[in-house]
Design a protein. Structure first.
Lengths: 225, 407
């Protein structure tokens, strides 16, 4: 994917780009409103990651400018404000998704993927990892073309793992991904363990190799190495 | 009143003195007559006074008594209130005689009574008039005061309107209002500044936290790290997560305080609870926590969606986070009250104290200590009522959810 990160906090935009490049994306940076408007006018991106609180003009104006230029680039807003109002205004103006700071990189990755798949319906509605295949529009997963009987959360977990393959995903990021970033319950890690255990059991039952590795103290890594 | 009595008695005294004077005068006339003519005068024309003169056989000592008495009147068969004088003396021939003169008090009493009555009437009328006049005067006079009092009473530091008092024509009140207004303006400014500071600092913390988190995410992907470095990253990550949760909690509280959740919807607490329990089904099974629900009402209330979610997830979240493995949660919903009863460890602090910020049970150092204070804020915001009791290992939260929404 070719991505643009619009973020005035240099250090944050650098690490977002580093992470996304590690995943094999092409990533450009824009540090202010002007830069963002020029870049989006001249180039096509698969996704624009846009900070709402730019110092030299609201991120909202970037979206407006892009819509005026008939840009079809997908937009994901980042905001330090988690209020519903900001979210609604952003989505109404034309953003595709919304993420509240601070976020997990794995979550950002998952969101970008889901936005991208929405766009590229043909040929991209399947995610394949060796013998595992996920049909996105069916919400179903297969191992060697055999249907896996997963619960909703197990399915979400599998997709999350596959999007973040070869990366360590922390238990916290899994909790936030599966149950929302509720203020209260984020320290109930036990049941991440249960879900992972069940998912692994179901995969292995269909003769799938064990790709889910425990990284002690952190979380998991979905990888075939 | 006192003046009335004083007046009454002074009139009475004057009347009595007059009567006494006239008694003495009559007596003197009779005495003169007796002493001059040595005979008992004729008292047929005694103007209703009874005069009695007795010649005594022997000389007597001189004495004069004036006092109240009552005499029997044969005509009206009544005892009449009278004033009488009894005078004893000797004539020149040294014969004793007694003069008794009775003076009926009836007319005087009537006079006194009517004076008293008149007085009472005048007094009452005066009282009434003065009360009415006073009432209207003070109403007019204190009107600006009560106005200001009402305004000040309904003044809310959270509202966006400063205190504005209507102008009065009275200098003292104008000064008072001015002081009032200045004071509240200052209060409001301080409050707004503080609020803004809290909000901004919380928001500003979010960005560096994002940086920390993103760097950690990248750092932990490094495959050349040894166990020691991984442990360090892990601790840093945990600490960062804690700050984050704390900050989010504080932000939420300040948002509730700033009334930033005006939009409301009809929401069924029953549906909300059922959804929540469904979402956490697995963890409840994992910990072998038994759930009992008893919903006799759908419990539909007008509430902000986010706040409703936070409210229920905090309450139920506590009920199973602080539960024991193999414990229970009983959740019952009547048309007034939501009761959540759960097993857990006994509490060492007063459960009501846990509604305060940063208060947490001693057994849970990892908790942020904001959950119940957020609950309390929401409960207060919607004017609901909540209580938390703990008997041994049984914890019970009662939420009277029929509050009224402000705004």
């Amino acid at each position: 994917m070719k991505l643009l990160v619009v973020e005035d906090e240099r250090s944050l935009s650098r690490s977002i780009c580093d992470y996304l490049r590690m995943e094999g994306h092409i990533c450009e940076e824009a540090a202010n409103y002007r830069d963002a408007v020029i870049r989006t006018a001249d180039n096509r991106y698969d996704g624009v990651i846009l900070d709402m609180g730019l110092s030299d003009g609201s991120g909202l104006n970037v979206i407006r400018e892009m819509k005026e230029n008939k840009s079809t680039d997908r937009i994901l807003i980042l905001s330090a404000r988690s209020s519903l109002e900001d979210k609604l205004v952003g989505l109404k103006t034309g953003a595709d998704d919304y993420l509240t700071k601070p976020f997990h990189m794995a979550e950002l990755s998952a969101r970008l993927n889901s936005i991208y798949r929405r766009d590229n319906f043909m040929g991209f509605n399947e995610m394949i990892f060796n013998e595992i295949k996920v049909r996105i529009e069916e919400n179903q997963a297969y191992v060697n073309d055999q249907l896996l009987n997963l619960t909703r959360k197990e399915y979400d977990l599998l997709v999350f793992f596959m999007v973040n393959r070869d990366r360590i995903v922390t238990k916290e990021s899994i909790v936030e991904h599966l149950w929302g970033d509720n203020v209260v319950l984020t320290d109930s890690f036990d049941f991440v363990y249960t879900h992972v255990k069940n998912l692994r059991k179901k995969l292995i039952a269909k003769n799938c190799r064990n790709y889910i590795k425990v990284i002690y103290g952190f979380g998991y890594k979905f990888s075939d190495s | 009143m006192v003046a009335g009595f004083v007046f009454y008695y002074s009139i009475r005294t004057i009347v009595y003195r007059q009567i006494d004077n006239s008694l003495i005068m009559e007596k003197t006339i009779i005495q003169d007559q007796i002493e001059e003519t040595d005979s008992i005068p004729d008292f047929s024309a005694s103007f209703g006074h009874q005069i009695e003169v007795r010649i005594l056989d022997s000389p007597t000592s001189y004495s004069q008594i004036i006092r109240d008495t009552s005499i029997y009147d044969a005509r009206t068969r009544n005892f009449l209130q009278s004033r009488y004088i009894k005078f004893k003396s000797n004539t020149k021939k040294n014969t004793g005689y007694v003069i008794s003169i009775y003076h009926g008090l009836k007319e005087n009493q009537e006079l006194l009574d009517s004076i008293a009555l008149g007085m009472i009437f005048i007094f009452l009328a005066l009282l009434l008039v003065s009360i009415i006049v006073n009432y209207f005067i003070s109403k007019k006079l204190w009107h600006p005061f009560y106005n200001a009092l009402n305004e000040a009473n309904s003044f809310n530091i959270l509202s966006d309107k400063p205190l504005k008092l209507s102008d009065t024509g009275i200098n003292e009140f104008r000064q008072l209002n001015k002081v009032f207004e200045q004071m509240t303006t200052k209060m409001r400014m301080d409050y707004l500044n503080l609020k803004e500071f809290n909000e901004n600092s919380s928001h500003e913390i979010q960005t560096p936290l994002s940086v920390i988190r993103s760097k950690l995410d990248i750092l932990m992907q490094n495959q050349r790290l040894n166990k020691k470095s991984m442990d360090l990253i892990k601790s840093v990550n945990e600490a960062a997560t804690r700050i984050l949760k704390l900050n989010q909690g504080l932000l939420l509280i300040s948002k509730i305080e700033n009334l930033q959740f005006p939009e409301t919807r009809e929401i069924s607490l029953k549906d909300l609870i059922e959804n929540y329990l469904k979402n956490y089904e697995e963890i409840l099974q994992l910990r072998k926590i038994r759930i009992e629900t008893e919903f006799s009402d759908k419990a539909i209330i007008r509430i902000n969606e986010i706040l409703a979610d936070v409210l229920i997830s905090n309450l139920l979240g506590n009920a199973f986070r602080y539960n024991i493995d193999g414990g229970f949660i009983i959740c019952s919903l009547s048309n007034q009250v939501l009761t959540i009863t759960n097993s857990g460890l006994p509490l060492e602090v007063d459960p009501e104290l846990l509604f305060n910020r940063f208060r947490k049970g001693a057994d849970h150092p990892e908790a942020v200590g904001l959950g119940l204070s957020i609950v309390k804020k929401i409960v207060d915001y919607y004017k609901m009522k909540i209580s938390y009791t703990c008997k041994g290992t049984v914890h019970e939260i009662k939420l009277n959810y029929r509050g009224e929404a402000i705004l």
